[in-house]
Design a protein around this ligand. Structure first.
Ligand SMILES: [Zn+2]
Length: 140
C-alpha cells in the first residue's frame, strides 16, 4: 500500500508553483517526487514544456542549494559551527558572510559570497564548473 501525499512547492529560485506526489511509506533515501501538475508558470520557464518546467525548477533550486553546500565544505575559513539546543552541530557561513544569488537571462546561477578572496573565487569556480558544467554557476 502506498501512502501518496501531494506537496505544493513554490521554489525560491523562480515563481513557478508546482504540485508533486510522493509516497510517505517509502524511506527518504528511495523516495521520488513525481510531477502532478504545474499550477503557475514563471516568466523564465513559460516557453518550456511541462516536463522541462519541472526539471528546470528542480535543477535551478538544487544548484542554488548545492553551491552553498560546496562553499561550506570547501572553505572552512568562511564557516562556523553552531551547536543547537539538542546538541547537534550545524556548519554554516560565518555571521556577517552573505550568500547572494540570482539567475541571468540564460538561467545561469550568479553567486556572490561576501568576503571571498579572488583565490577562493577561482577555487569555487573550479568546483562548480566540474559539478554543474562550465559557466552554469558564475562567481561574482
Ligand atoms: Zn519557474
Amino acid at each position: 500500500m502506498a501512502n501518496i501525499k501531494v506537496t505544493t512547492w513554490r521554489p525560491d529560485t523562480c515563481d513557478c508553483e508546482i504540485e508533486y506526489e510522493w509516497d510517505a511509506d517509502l524511506d527518504g533515501s528511495v523516495r521520488t517526487h513525481v510531477l502532478k501538475q504545474i499550477n503557475k508558470v514563471c516568466e523564465a520557464h513559460k516557453t518550456l514544456s511541462i516536463g522541462e518546467q519541472w526539471n528546470a525548477a528542480m535543477d535551478e533550486n538544487t544548484r542554488k542549494n548545492k553551491v552553498l553546500g560546496r562553499v561550506i565544505e570547501n572553505f572552512p575559513e568562511l564557516t562556523e559551527t553552531e551547536i543547537k539546543e539538542d546538541g547537534s552541530e550545524i556548519k554554516q557561513l560565518k555571521r556577517g558572510t552573505q550568500y547572494n544569488w540570482s539567475f541571468d537571462k540564460d538561467r545561469n546561477l550568479e553567486v556572490e559570497i561576501t568576503g571571498m578572496t579572488p583565490t577562493q573565487k577561482v577555487a569555487l569556480k573550479t568546483v562548480t564548473d566540474s559539478e554543474f558544467g562550465v559557466g552554469k554557476v558564475k562567481i561574482k
